[in-house]
Design a protein. Structure first.
Length: 120
């Protein structure tokens, strides 16, 4: 479950589930038809695929998450830093800020996150 890979459309569909959960598969069919132009069978196929990846569970037509959106994207971010920057958060931040500057609000928010992480 720690290495769940999603394509762009799967990510958008997963975001749709998180935004509406718990959500019936019938409602997801309607939402996906409106958002993506999908047929019922396509929606059910993608629901099944996301469930097989361990991200959601479909219990009698009610789809809910195993991982929250925040948990999923946190894991994805950690994996990206591990794979791309040998796990070095300072190297990631240096690369991220190299091309531009942070606003005072962004810098304050980052300082607050660091302070909170140090307190844990």
């Amino acid at each position: 479950m720690s290495d769940i890979q999603l394509g762009v459309i799967e990510s958008r569909f997963a975001d749709m589930i998180w935004a509406h959960e718990p959500v019936s598969s019938t409602e997801l069919v309607k939402l996906a038809e409106k958002e993506f132009g999908w047929k019922r069978t396509t929606t059910h196929t993608v629901i099944k695929r996301l469930c097989e990846k361990g991200l959601f569970v479909n219990n009698k037509g009610s789809v809910t998450s195993i991982l929250s959106r925040e948990q999923f994207y946190s894991r994805q971010s950690q994996k990206f830093v591990e794979d791309s920057f040998d796990g070095s958060l300072p190297a990631f931040i240096a690369a991220f800020t190299k091309g531009g500057s942070l606003s005072p609000e962004e810098a304050a928010a980052i300082r607050k996150m660091i302070d909170e992480a140090e307190d844990k």
